[in-house]
Design a protein around this ligand. Sequence first.
Ligand code: SF4
Length: 192
Amino acid sequence: MTTAGAAEAASKRESVPDEKRNADLTKFMRRAKRRGAASCKVISPSHVRTAEWVRLKCQYGCPGYESCLTCPPYSPDASQTPKILDGSARALLIQFVIEPEQDQPDVRRIAAKLEREMFLDGYYKAFAMACGPCEICEECTLDFCVESYLARPSMEACGIDVFATARGAGYPIEVVTSDDQVQNRYGLILVD
Ligand code: SF4
């Protein structure tokens, strides 16, 4: 986060009293876990790592590229995302552990629903990011989002280095080479 960004975030975040915010964050973290998250923690958006190279991984080698409105080239990129992060003082980093051959938590829906609940609780800047391409529709319209309350970009689609961000927060994440391996996936919600 830039100094100007930190000052802007600090000056804008006082709409919810500290005591209520702390209680609310605890409540949202409990909800995330009840809905399928393994763990959740409050982090500073300044600890979210972005890099230009992340887009290359989407553009070259990922079948999700240009396949939905939540992925590149439609999503914010690594030059926009730091400015977006600068607008918030707190974020929830949510860990999902994906076990082989078990039902997978729907990270996008869980994050979007929490974002909505935060917004309705007064956190008017709340914005969720998920992981992977949007799979809500069988085929994306690539024009007009038909589920805009749920469709949120993935962290990586926005140029976030998810590996560095998760590890920096003390969470595990490794390259997975087969479906038999446990995966750690992450969602992020900018709170206030
Ligand atoms: S909800 Fe449907 S239209 Fe919207 S981004 Fe996802 S796949 Fe595309």
